[in-house]
Write a protein that binds this ligand. Structure first.
Ligand code: UTP
Length: 309
């Protein structure tokens, strides 16, 4: 049975410090770093709008003003660039497709605390959370992940619905790992979540993946969530409380044609940029050619710029 509930709000947390990418993110948001031609957070917002979400709240903090400037509709030079065809039109350029709102998290106190900043905006509606530093790309005709998440959430009348993907054993201790309640399918129920487990203690090889749908009751669970990993209010801990209370939590697996690109670490970011750039319609083929030639040269051991003799 399909519920009459409609989901139209997306929360994009973007208030983290991005310390793993210092010095690149000392004074600019990591969410504004480009993946190919676009800042990562633009790709995240496009993903949300393509899934029918039209009320977008971005959680910002110190040094994050560039995000508001980026989504400002009143930009003459950009309008001219669109007119002359210098840049390709995005779904966000279509009038009325999306409204952007901003609120500030007062200090990076964790993802749970960041999402809690959205409580007045969300009010009594179910809503999506899409992390501002992770992009889900499709390399083929597969129904959008956010659409599948919303459908599963409504059909199963869940309190929380979480995207998950398989990760290698060596990476299990870097992620929140889910414990399935029964058989694992493309959509399945959860019985628990374990934050950053040792590989031998991990309940599965499926990691929580940057996209969620929540009932507004999430906020009461965040209120009951104490400081967790790293002394921060963790979203995972609030979802665990939901499960302990007997609330239904569902997982949706990424499809084989989907990939998550992450700006967390230097290697993740560098690889994500290259992959997205290689898929670029007008520049990707030439880039592949030049990259192949570069990879045939001997590997440089260090780049001597700004070093001291
Ligand atoms: P991360 O923990 O990966 O980002 O949060 P970070 O804290 O910026 O990273 P490092 O460890 O310092 O390099 C995932 C997403 O959640 C947001 C971040 O901006 C990022 O988009 N976030 C995280 C918040 O909005 N507030 C927080 O307190 C923490």
């Amino acid at each position: 049975m399909t519920s009459p509930v409609q989901i139209r709000k997306a929360i994009i947390p973007a208030a983290g410090l991005g310390t793993r990418l210092y010095p690149a993110t000392k004074s600019q948001p990591k969410e504004m770093l480009p993946l190919g031609r676009k800042p990562a957070i633009q790709l995240v917002a496009e993903e949300a709008v393509c899934a029918g979400l039209n009320q977008i709240l971005i959680i910002t903090g110190q040094k994050k003003r560039a995000i508001e400037d980026h989504f400002d509709q009143n930009n003459q030079l950009y309008a001219e660039a669109l007119e002359t065809g210098l840049v390709q039109r995005s779904i966000l350029d279509e009038p009325g497709r999306a409204n952007f709102f901003y609120t500030r998290q007062h200090g990076p106190r964790g993802l749970g605390d960041a999402v809690y900043c959205a409580r007045d905006f969300v009010d009594a509606e179910h809503f999506v959370v899409a992390l501002g530093d992770a992009v889900i790309a499709r390399y083929g005709r597969v129904k959008r992940l956010l659409t599948r998440l919303i459908e599963a959430h409504l059909e199963r009348e869940a309190a929380a619905t979480i995207a998950v993907r398989e990760v290698p054993r060596s990476a299990l201790s870097s992620y929140g790992i889910v414990a399935p309640a029964g058989e694992v399918d493309s959509v399945f129920d959860l019985k628990d979540l374990v934050e950053k487990p040792a590989p031998e203690e991990a309940p599965s090889n499926l990691a929580i993946t940057a996209r969620y749908v929540f009932s507004p009751e999430l906020f009461s669970y965040i209120e009951r969530t104490g400081a967790g990993y790293g002394g921060e209010i963790q979203l995972t801990d609030a979802i665990k409380l939901m499960l302990q209370d007997g609330r239904r939590v569902v997982a949706v697996r990424l499809a084989p044609l989907e990939k998550r690109y992450d700006l967390g670490s230097f290697q993740d970011y560098a690889l994500a940029f290259i992959e997205v750039a290689l898929a670029d319609e007008s520049g990707g083929a030439e880039l592949r050619h030049r990259l192949q030639a570069l990879l045939e040269e001997p590997a440089p051991t260090s780049l001597l710029v700004g070093d001291q003799d």
